[in-house]
Design a protein around this ligand. Structure first.
Ligand code: CU
Length: 144
């Protein structure tokens, strides 16, 4: 049976006081291979964006994230991950979106549903708290 983890964060000030920044020149920041990350006891894995590979547009989004071993780059089949989705706002509280996570048929890959309510830079903080594997990293998404 598939386990669905829902992380609901306070939806304070969501989109109420947001001005739209012009981000026309920015492109989706790909997750470059993170070969330089040192494997420590506290940080043995990281979470990478697998798809979409094309631009992400404002609104509901469905992402595939994958857990990778920092040392080998191999996919690591942990049971679950945690993800938060926020947009830093200048002079205001950050925007925070609801995140739904479910496993896919591929071990170590997760389907993440969230809502990018505004164009610009969103930060996904992904963390793994497994018995054998731990890690936390940020995935930066430029939403069109
Ligand atoms: Cu915003």
């Amino acid at each position: 049976m598939k386990k669905i983890i829902t992380l609901i964060l306070p939806l304070s000030l969501l989109a109420v006081a947001c001005s739209s920044p012009s981000t026309d020149t920015q492109t989706l920041s790909e997750n470059e291979p993170q070969t330089e990350i040192a494997a420590t006891e506290e940080n043995t894995v990281m979470v990478a964006l697998v798809s979409p590979e094309e631009d992400i547009v404002m609104g509901d989004a469905e992402l595939i994230l994958e857990v990778k071993d920092n040392a080998s780059g191999e996919t690591v089949a942990v049971e679950n991950i945690e993800v938060s989705s926020t947009m830093p706002m200048e002079g205001e509280d950050p925007m925070i979106s609801k995140v739904e996570i479910e496993p896919t048929e591929n071990p170590g890959q997760f389907k993440v549903k969230t809502n990018f309510d505004m164009a610009g830079t969103w930060n996904l903080i992904a963390s793994v708290k497994d018995v054998n594997y731990q890690g936390e990293n940020e995935i930066v998404v430029e939403v069109k």
